[in-house]
Design a binder for this molecule. Structure first.
Ligand code: KIV
Length: 279
């Protein structure tokens, strides 16, 4: 089964076909999401918050991304896997960005990388694209700049900020990015960007008009107890299902009703008898 390609993602926009994307960080979840038919899997640096318990994405390292991307690539057959470039790996220079991206591509095998920023990241995007590494951009509320934004706040609200965002999208397009994530911008601005952009826009907290949607899988499955962002809908309460199952498990272990013969291995009766005869 062939994987989805960046070119096919662009064609989906041209056909007006919506592009569903979810985060994944491990083998088992990647298998489930891939079998369900999600078009792209993002090994996002959101792993820092939902998998590792940090209060931001900033501590995530290239090694973290590599380890989790390896698992997601092993667990998926069809989805295009995008790996995030974490904080510190692309801010210094295009050359350092290239070094981080090459490590991720070589050691983990995703089909693309994603990095935050528009005009300022465009030289690095161009270098990667020229080297044959497909790149997805990320604009709006870029979580690695949470300290500069003073929290997870909607971006692009003034005319100047909205025009800067449009310039960022144009810079990414020009540098060769194949798609761009728009995070926490108004639905109206996302609509204008989507109409003008030649590359697909993938929204998160950006309303219904983007070409695709990405969500943190823990948020839509009810797996992250700390909070659910306003832009996410819980499509299941997996956290509750897990807690109830574990409560039942604890009860059965205590009551000695689990495990039973059904979950046990048997041994030759003569050997057992000999063991019992001669301690
Ligand atoms: O890391 C992540 O999960 C992301 C999404 C929020 C787009 O970058």
């Amino acid at each position: 089964m062939a994987r989805v390609t960046p070119d096919q993602i662009r064609q989906m926009k041209a056909r007006g076909e919506r592009i569903p994307m979810l985060t994944a960080y491990d083998y088992a979840m990647a298998q489930i999401l891939d079998a369900a038919g999600v078009t792209m899997l993002l090994v996002g640096d959101s792993m820092g918050m939902v998998m590792l318990g940090y209060d931001s994405t900033l501590p995530v390292t290239v090694d973290d991304i590599i380890r989790h991307t390896q698992a997601v690539v092993r667990g998926s057959k069809r989805a295009l896997v995008v790996a995030d470039l974490p904080f510190g790996s692309f801010q210094v220079s295009p050359q350092e960005t290239m070094a981080a991206a090459v490590r991720i591509m070589k050691e983990a095998g995703p089909q693309a990388v994603k990095l935050e920023g528009g005009v300022r990241s465009a030289p690095a995007v161009r270098l990667l694209v020229e080297a044959g590494i497909p790149v997805m951009g990320h604009l709006g509320m870029t979580p690695q700049s949470v300290n500069a934004f003073g929290g997870f706040k909607v971006q692009g609200k003034t005319e100047a900020a909205a025009r800067a965002l449009l310039a960022d999208v144009a810079a990414l397009e020009e540098a060769g990015a194949f798609a761009v994530v728009l995070e926490l911008v108004s639905a109206e601005l996302a609509q204008i960007v989507t109409e003008r952009a030649t590359i697909p826009t993938i929204g998160i907290g950006a309303g219904p008009y983007c070409d695709g949607e990405v969500q943190v899988v823990h948020d839509i499955l009810g797996l992250f107890p700390d909070f659910t962002p306003r832009h996410a809908r819980r499509f299941a309460e997996v956290g509750t299902v897990v807690r109830d199952a574990v409560t039942a498990y604890i009860g059965e272990v205590r009551e000695r009703t689990f495990p039973t013969a059904q979950q046990s291995a048997a041994m030759d009766a003569a050997v057992i008898e000999a063991l019992r005869r001669e301690p």
